[in-house]
Design a protein around this ligand. Structure first.
Ligand code: HEC
Ligand code: HEC
Length: 191
């Protein structure tokens, strides 16, 4: 009797330790994501973000925030509710291991300068070009500028649920005329 209880416990322990491995059809799951986010998670355009190579902790956190309703998203909330926590963890691990491929976009020189000025307030966390290596911080370098601009508007909007207090405060400190240039500055960076 005692032995049976012990072996049940050790099986449970094993499953917890290898939770992510319980999802064996990760490529199948990721195909749905790639339909919108591009092959291998690198997007071909505009308001659709690339997700390959973003930090695993960031990816997992943002998806769990959508799933639990802490964070709003017009496109991701409903979709992500269809995935279990294990599947979300596995997807975060899968995309984080793929390479980040900046898609540098061209910008007029005066806008670039204005954006560079604005980005000084962001440098501590995002680095000079947006290529931060922090676990909780997404890459901005060569991410699609239109997407970055839309996200900044959400962080600035008190009616839109974006729980990250420090980023929300930083976005609100930008002047209204700095939002688009800042987004375009990061979108133009190649590394
Ligand atoms: C129908 C299209 C569509 C599908 C399918 C889709 N996404 Fe998204 N996703 C979007 C859009 C649009 C955004 C950006 C705007 C928003 O939040 O609504 C987004 C944003 C994201 C972001 C935020 C990226 C960043 O830079 O912060 C992540 C992470 C993400 N999706 C992961 C996934 C994963 C993983 C899947 C598959 C389970 C998936 N998406 C499936 C459309 C889609
Ligand atoms: C205190 C650190 C910090 C500062 C300062 C900061 N950021 Fe962020 N930023 C973050 C973190 C962390 C995230 C991810 C937050 C989340 O999970 O919602 C983020 C997210 C973003 C995103 C969303 C990217 C995506 O893929 O969805 C954009 C755009 C952005 N920051 C731009 C800026 C700009 C522009 C500034 C300067 C005005 C700035 N940030 C200042 C830490 C910071």
């Amino acid at each position: 009797m005692k032995r049976a209880v012990l072996s049940v416990l050790s099986v449970a322990g094993l499953c917890a330790a290898t939770g992510a491995l319980a999802v064996d059809n990760i490529r199948g799951l990721a195909m749905t994501c790639d339909n919108c986010h591009g092959t291998g998670g690198t997007s071909v355009g505009l308001s659709m973000p690339s997700i390959a190579g973003l930090p695993e902790a960031y990816l997992k956190n943002i998806m769990m925030e959508w799933k639990t309703g802490k964070r709003a998203s017009a496109n991701m909330t409903r979709l992500i509710k269809g995935y279990s926590e294990d599947e979300i963890a596995a997807l975060a691990g899968y995309y984080a291991k793929l390479p980040w491929k900046p898609q540098p976009q061209s910008v007029a020189a005066d806008v670039l300068l204005k954006g560079k000025d604005a980005s000084e307030a962001c440098e501590n966390c995002h680095g000079k070009t947006g290529a931060s290596e922090e676990d909780d911080t997404p890459h901005l370098n060569g991410q699609w500028a239109k997407y970055l601009e839309l996200e900044l508007m959400k962080y600035r909007d008190p009616g839109f649920a974006m729980p990250h207090r420090k980023m929300t405060n930083a976005a609100k400190k930008l002047g209204a005329d700095q939002v688009q240039p800042a987004a375009q500055y990061y979108g133009a960076q190649s590394k």
